[in-house]
Structure formats: C-alpha cells, structure tokens
Design a protein around this ligand. Structure first.
Ligand code: UD1
Length: 376
C-alpha cells in the first residue's frame, strides 16, 4: 500500500517522525514523504528533520509564505502533480495547518483515500485559521485518527460513521517520549546548555505565535506586561517565532522585553527547547502542541487563548486556559512558581504507541476493504 505522508509546518514534523518510524517496520506499507515547504527556515524546518530523525522528503514543494489563499492554492497545484505521478492508495495528513487542508482537498478531488491524524478537534472558534482547516479537512476525510475521546465524539456528532473513527492516542506524545529517552546533553547546542546552567531552579518557558495574540498590539502588550512582572519572580525563556518577531518590531514593543529576566532567543531546535521546558516550573504558551506535551510531562501550563480544541489537557491534564487576562496569568503563574498546582494526570492512550496503532489499523484487511469500496 503506497501512502503519501504530508508535512508542511513546524508542528507537523513532530507528528510525522514517529509515523514514519512505525511504517518502516511494516514492509507492506510504502511511505512517500512530501514536505510542502510551508515552513522553510533552517530553524523552523531543516533542524527538525535532522533532530527528529525524519528522512529527506521524496518531494519538497517549496511553497513558502503567502496569504492563506496563495499558500493553500500553491500547495494544491504542486501536490496534484505528485499525486498524479505517484498514484498513492492513501494520503495521510496530520494536524490543522494550511498544508493539511490543501493536500487533503487535492487528494479527495482525485478520489484518493484520505486519512487524518489528530482529527476531530474543535475549538468552536471560527476566527482561528486552524479551526477552518480542521472542519474542512474532516468534512472530506475517510479515516479519522483521534487523540482524545472528545475528538471522536465531535466527529460522531457531525455525522461521520463510527467505524471510520479510531481513537489511537497522540503521535506527538510518541515523539516526545522517544526524544526524551534519547536526550543527552552532548546533543544539545552549547549555547542552550550554558543558558540552562545560568538559570535558577525555578524558571519559565514561553512561546507565542497565534495571530489572535501576536497580530494585535493590544493583546501582545497585555501579555508582555504580565510576563514582565512574573519574570521578577522567575526568569522567562522566550524563543520568538518569526511572525511574532515581525510584529514586535512593527508595533515598537521591543522595549517591553528589555529586561534581564526575559531571555529571548530565535526559534529553537526541538530537543534544545525540550531540554529547557521539561525542567521548567511553568510553560506559558498559545501553542496547541505544547499544551499537550506539557500535559504529558505534568508540567504546569497556562494557555494564553480564550479556548482550546484539546479539552483533555485542561480536564485531566496540567493545563489551564487563561486567555489574555493579565491578572489571572500573574496569579496562576505565582501559584506555579510556589509549587501549588491542580492534581493532574496523563490522558488516556498517551503512552507513546499511537503511531503503532495507526499503522496496524491502516494495514488491517478491514481498512483495505474500506478503501477499495471507497475507490469504486
Ligand atoms: C503556522 C500554522 C499554525 C502553526 C504554526 C507553527 C497555518 C494556518 N498556521 O502558523 O497552525 O501553529 O505554523 O509555527 O497553517 N516565516 C518565516 N520562516 C518560516 C516560516 C514562516 O519567517 O520558515 C514567517 C513568514 O513571514 C510568514 C509568517 O512567519 O509569513 C507566518 O508563517 P505561516 O506559515 O503563514 O503561519 P504561522 O504563523 O507559522
């Protein structure tokens, strides 16, 4: 069975790494890796392939940045050529970025079976580009693989056939556990090792890149004001995403970060950042993936968004959704620094074996029959 596996942007790379490893153990599966090139900088893409052990892609579509329409359309045009040439049995997409919907839509229009890993998540917030990508991708997906039971419920409520929805756990957590097992100081960049040595026992790691936060001068200023205050109690390490950096500069907000307690860096390699945040006393973020990874390691996490499409992280995990309410962020951050946090657990099936489950299911006769029926 030939399967095209698609990755485009930074959060996709952590998800495809364990899937490829699992597929390589099944000789009947022939994976073809396509990188759309949505993310292209060395520190947003190249280093992730090396660090996570992802082989060179068979195709790099090199679409680069652009408006949503331009980026999505470019991926579609270039991906169609690949599908026509490779004639895959299945196209497998992960997550919710523009490359996910663009390649999914292209595959379906060519009558290729579409599998979506991390399906069914819903924030209910249609102003979020990822929510549109999730809804549109799931509307045309044949095989759904969900990370939490709420995802399965959402899909069933939307009318999808229960036998097409498989709760398998989370491939991103497979990758996290795999990387943690192999993490050694000798593979971490010297600057990051030095940085960690210079930090006190209690420090915080922060990431911020959602358009709803960083494209708004008001929201980003509110967050930075709170973070400046928190940083007087525990220093904050802040690797800055390119979108965020551009906006900080254009809004003239650089002075707000001008304190020795906020340590800014360029975007970090996966393991370099993991080496820092795994021992932090708090993660401050608006990233979907980091909420989940912090939950898997039971690290207190404050999600600076109004909602989450990953409710299990807040229901059983260590995550609290706080929006951009500065007072709330400060109060809860102080509690984390003082070691007071809610009881938390690791969600069901987040055990490092989701990729194996996906690969076994996709290789199952039952699913192959399902594909054949769909193709007729
Ligand atoms: C994208 C995803 C988002 C994901 C995020 C992780 C969509 C709609 N959004 O958002 O879900 O959480 O990736 O990073 O797909 N840029 C660079 N170098 C790069 C890539 C981007 O400098 O390698 C800059 C460009 O100026 C670009 C901007 O960052 O215009 C935004 O990149 P884009 O891929 O459009 O969206 P992200 O904000 O990264």
């Amino acid at each position: 069975m030939k399967i095209i596996l698609v990755a485009g942007a930074r959060p996709n790379f952590m998800k495809i790494a364990p899937i490829i490893r699992a597929m390589n153990k099944h000789p009947q599966l022939e994976p073809v890796l396509v990188h759309t090139g949505q993310h292209y900088d060395k520190n947003m893409s190249g280093t992730f392939f090396q660090t996570l052990g992802i082989p060179d892609p068979h195709y790099n579509l090199q679409v680069g940045s652009g408006s949503h329409a331009v980026q999505t359309a470019e991926v579609m045009v270039r991906f169609e050529e690949v599908c026509l040439k490779e004639k895959p049995d299945v196209v497998m997409v992960v997550g919710d970025v523009n490359s996910t919907i663009a390649t999914g839509l292209t595959a379906k229009k060519l009558h290729i079976t579409l599998a979506h890993v991390e399906a069914g998540l819903r924030s209910g917030d249609r102003s979020m580009p990822e929510e549109i990508n999730r809804l549109a991708t799931d509307a045309i997906t044949d095989l759904f693989f969900t990370t939490e039971l709420q995802g399965t419920k959402n899909l069933i409520n939307e009318g999808h056939a229960p036998e097409s929805v498989h709760f398998v756990g989370h491939v991103m957590i497979d990758n996290l556990f795999y990387q943690l097992q192999n993490l050694s100081e000798s593979t971490i960049s010297t600057d990051v090792v030095q940085l960690k040595k210079s930090l006190p026992e209690k420090y915080i790691c922060m990431t911020l890149h959602r358009p709803s936060n960083v494209d708004s001068r008001e929201n980003i200023s509110k967050i930075f004001d709170a973070v400046r205050e928190i940083s007087t109690r525990a220093p904050v390490v802040f690797p800055i995403h390119p979108r965020t950096l551009k906006n900080i500069e254009s809004f003239g907000l650089k002075p707000l970060l001008n304190t020795e307690n906020i340590i800014t860096t360029s975007p970090l390699d996966y393991n370099d950042f993991l080496y820092l945040w795994k021992d932090s006393c708090l993660v401050l973020t608006d990233s979907g993936g980091l909420q989940e990874e912090a939950t898997a390691l039971r690290i207190p996490c404050l999600t600076m968004r109004e909602n989450t499409e990953r409710p299990v992280t807040a229901e059983v995990g260590s995550n609290i959704v706080v929006g951009t309410d500065g007072e709330k962020i400060k109060r809860l951050a102080m509690e984390a620094i003082e070691g007071k946090w809610k009881e938390c657990a690791v969600p069901e099936l987040w055990d490092g074996r989701a990729s194996e489950r996906i690969v076994c299911l996709i290789g199952e006769e039952k699913l192959i029959c399902y594909n054949v029926v769909k193709k007729q």
